[in-house]
Ligand binder design. Structure first.
Ligand SMILES: *Cc1c(COP(=O)(O)O)cnc(C)c1O
Length: 392
C-alpha cells in the first residue's frame, strides 16, 4: 500500500470536476481563504481588475448570492451580511462618524442599539440626542456636526410608525444620512431606501431568516455607502458564517409568503383582541383605531402592517402572568418573528432596567404583552387566546 497519506489527504479532491451544469442551489462555501495560481492573478483581484475572492472576512461566494437577494428586495445597489443585527447596526453607524460628531436618534430603540448609542459611542466622543420622532420636531435638534439620523420603521413595543419620507427630507436638508432599522417591517412591507433613507439595516435573526434558528444582520445601501460600511466591517470583523448565510438565502425564498401570512393573521388577532372585554388596548398600526394607520398606509406596501402587535390587559402583572401560564402552544419567548406565535413581556425583558414609573410614562404598563403572530391557522390562534383570556 502506498504511503505519503498526508500529502494525498491534503491535496486530493481540492476542486470539484468542471461541469456544464451547475447546482440548482448555490453551495455553502465553507472556505476561509481562496487560492491563486500566480502573483499576477492575486494583483488583478486586489486591484479589482478581475472578480475574485481572497479571504472570507472580505467576501465569500455564499454571502454574495444572499446579498444579491437582499439588495434586490430593498431596490438598493448592494448589500452586506453580518453575524448579527447588532453588527449590521454598529458597522453602519461607525462607518459614517468620527470623534466630535453628533447623531439624532429616535428615543424608542432596540435595547442593544440604545446601549451602543447611549454609552458605547461616548468612548468615541460622539454625542447622541434622543428625540420623540412622533411628537417632537426633529428640526430643532440639528447641530452643524449632525451626521446621522437613526430610527426604526416600527417601534417596539408600542408599534408606532414614523414618516420615513419626511424624516429623510429633513436629514438631507441638513446633509445628514438617514439609517433605518427595518427589522419589524421587512422589505415586503416597507422599503426605506425607496422612501429616501440612505441605509437600511436588519436583524435577519427575525423575519428575514424567520425560523428562530440563526443570528444574523444585513445592510442595504448604494455602492459607495456599502463600500464604506464593508471597510469598517473588515476591520471589526463581525463576519457571518457561510452556513448561516446559506440558511438565510434559503429562508429569503419564502419571505413574501411568510410576511403576508404573518400580517394577515396579526390584523385578525388585533381586531379580535380589541373587542375583548379583558383588553384595555391593542397596539397595531393596521387597526382603524390606530393613530399610526395613516402614516402606515402612506409608507407601507400591499395593505400589510406586519406580524407584531402588543396588547394591554386589564389587571396588570397578574393578568399578564396568568395569560402566559394559561397558554398551551403559545410560549413566552423573548424574541420574535418565528413560524409559531410567541409572547414576550416587555416589563420583564426589553424594558426591565427601567423603573415602573419610567415604564408607565413610556406607555409600557405591567399588563402589556407583545405578540409575535405566527403562521398557524388564525382560527387556532384566536381559539387559544380566547380560552386563556377566559380564565385570567
Ligand atoms: C433583534 C433586533 C436587533 C438586534 O439584532 P440581533 O440579531 O439580535 O443582533 C436590532 N433591532 C431590532 C429592531 C431587533 O428586533
Amino acid at each position: 500500500m502506498s504511503k505519503k497519506f498526508m500529502t494525498k489527504l491534503t491535496h486530493k479532491g481540492e476542486k470539484a470536476p468542471s461541469s456544464i451544469s451547475y447546482p440548482k442551489v448555490p453551495p455553502i462555501y465553507l472556505s476561509s481563504v481562496f487560492c491563486f495560481d500566480s502573483v499576477e492573478e492575486l494583483d488583478l483581484v486586489y486591484e479589482k481588475a478581475e472578480p475574485g475572492y481572497v479571504y472570507s472576512r472580505m467576501s465569500n461566494p455564499t454571502h454574495h448570492c444572499t446579498e444579491e437577494i437582499l439588495a434586490a428586495l430593498d431596490e438598493g445597489d448592494d448589500a452586506i451580511v453580518y453575524s448579527s443585527g447588532m453588527a449590521a447596526i454598529t458597522m453602519s453607524i461607525l462607518a459614517f462618524v468620527k470623534a466630535g460628531d453628533h447623531i439624532i436618534s429616535s428615543n424608542v430603540l432596540y435595547g442593544g442599539t440604545w446601549e451602543f448609542l447611549n454609552s458605547e459611542l461616548k468612548k468615541f466622543n460622539i454625542e447622541v440626542s434622543f428625540v420623540d420622532f412622533y411628537r417632537d420636531d426633529i428640526e430643532k435638534y440639528f447641530k452643524p456636526n449632525t451626521k446621522i439620523i437613526y430610527m426604526e420603521t416600527i417601534s417596539n413595543p408600542l408599534m408606532e410608525v414614523y414618516d420615513i419620507k419626511k424624516i429623510a427630507k429633513v436629514a438631507h436638508d441638513h446633509k445628514a444620512l438617514l439609517i433605518v432599522d427595518n427589522t419589524f417591517a421587512t422589505p415586503v412591507i416597507c422599503q426605506p431606501l425607496r422612501l429616501g433613507a440612505d441605509v437600511a439595516v436588519y436583524s435577519v435573526t427575525k423575519y428575514l431568516a424567520g425560523h428562530s434558528d440563526i443570528l444574523g444582520g444585513a445592510v442595504v445601501a448604494d455602492k459607495d455607502k456599502i463600500e464604506k460600511i464593508k471597510h469598517t466591517g473588515q476591520i471589526y470583523g463581525p463576519t457571518m458564517s457561510p452556513f448561516d448565510s446559506w440558511l438565510l438565502m434559503r429562508s429569503l425564498r419564502t419571505l413574501e409568503l411568510r410576511v403576508v401570512r404573518h400580517s394577515e393573521n396579526a390584523l385578525k388577532l388585533a381586531e379580535y383582541l380589541e373587542n375583548h372585554q379583558k383588553v384595555k388596548k391593542v397596539y397595531y398600526p393596521g387597526l382603524v383605531s390606530s393613530p399610526h394607520k395613516k402614516t402606515a398606509d402612506e409608507i407601507f406596501n400591499n395593505g400589510l402592517y406586519g406580524g407584531m402587535l402588543s396588547v394591554d390587559l386589564y389587571g396588570g402583572e397578574k393578568a399578564a402572568c396568568n395569560l402566559i401560564k394559561n397558554m398551551k402552544n403559545i410560549k413566552l419567548v423573548p424574541s420574535l418573528a418565528g413560524v409559531s406565535t410567541t409572547l414576550s413581556y416587555p416589563a420583564k425583558t426589553s424594558h426591565r432596567s427601567m423603573s415602573r414609573e419610567e415604564r408607565e410614562k413610556a406607555g409600557i404598563s405591567d399588563g402589556l404583552l407583545r405578540v409575535s403572530v405566527g403562521l398557524e391557522d388564525i382560527e387556532d390562534i384566536i381559539t387559544e387566546f380566547d380560552a386563556a383570556l377566559h380564565i385570567i
